[in-house]
Design a protein around this ligand. Sequence first.
Ligand SMILES: [Zn+2]
Length: 427
Amino acid sequence: MADTPTTDDIRGFVMSIAGPIDGDLDSICAELGELETLKHQIEARQARLALQVDRLLRERAAVQGVPASRQGKGVAELVARSRRISPARGRTVVALAKQLRSLPQTFQSFCAGDFSEHQALVVAHEAAILEGHDVSAFDQRFAATPGLKELGTRKIAHRAQTIALALDEEAVVRRRDKAVENRHITAIPTDRGDGMGWLKALMPIEQLAAVKDSLGAAADTAIALGVDATRSQVMVDTLVARLTGAGSGAETVALEQPAHPVTINLLMTAEALLDNDHTQPALLAGHEPIPTALAKRLIQTAVLDVQKVELRRLFTAPETGELVGMESKTRLFPQALAQFIRLRDQLCRTPGCGARIGHIDHITDWASGGQTSAANAQGYCRQCNWAKQVIGNQHSDPPPLRTQPEPDVRPRHHLVVAYDTDLTLAA
Ligand SMILES: [Zn+2]
């Protein structure tokens, strides 16, 4: 077993990484990756050290005759002071370390450097709503996630949410109902003195999806019409124009009202929609897993509101391969196949990236004989697609729906329930 490093060992190592940088591009990139793993491993060790601080302070307090209920006092503050972080952050990281004791396999994965302290907090937040056997089931399933190290924060959160939903959907729904009460808006200036500010609205995810997709659609239309602004700029201009009735520029006037209702895509198994099977949550396409009960509520509301509700079968069992095997003779992805890839991949497939899919990419280039097929396609965000042109092909995460079923769940038929919703943003 390795010896406990002394502070001199650590200082010696720090001296070595302060040294000169040379080597070729491959070795430099390899070092970047190793150091990233090391950062996570250091944070995991800090969590283990925090547990030891807790144990030693409690022992000392017990010797001094402090009652058991007060023996943990000061642990978070001492950890915070030692790490030079705020006491509030100290309480958070000590609570995380304690919670990780009930998630031993996840803790082990953290210690191996598979994810950061911030990502561990995201996972712990999902596990915290579970009780009893569900906690260890969560731990096993999360730690067994293929390619965990490559996922990035957003995909890690989706994975943890999916597992928690499969184990105890009611607990997730209760937390969500409580959270909805806290919806609010904050408007704060940046502290950079640049005359800008943030508008933040905390709202249910399905409303967020509708707002974001509506603004995105307006921006795409404007850009197609030749507006000289970026997608993000047009989205902000449209938001302001729709809320205040005042366009901030001539180009936004035409965009004040949504041209079309926004279509929300819900992805769920046939069993979940038609039976009472809630072991695989629904997906709010491009956003996050949501409770099946909530997905059904959204569909019922859409039906009652006489909104357009459309039901399409998307996935079949892998052995029939109906849509998975879809191909095209052309270089460009036909619309149906492109939509299928968006729904299948959900988020950009580059390791560590969780951005919105902006481009469907050939894994093996068309020029090198790659087919226009689902098997040879991956969803990329605009930035990663651009990066591919400069730094070459990147290894992709496995698509979330096809290769990561829950271990005890057989492959299902998946349905897309698409419904249009009219936004009520306009006065
Ligand atoms: Zn990306």
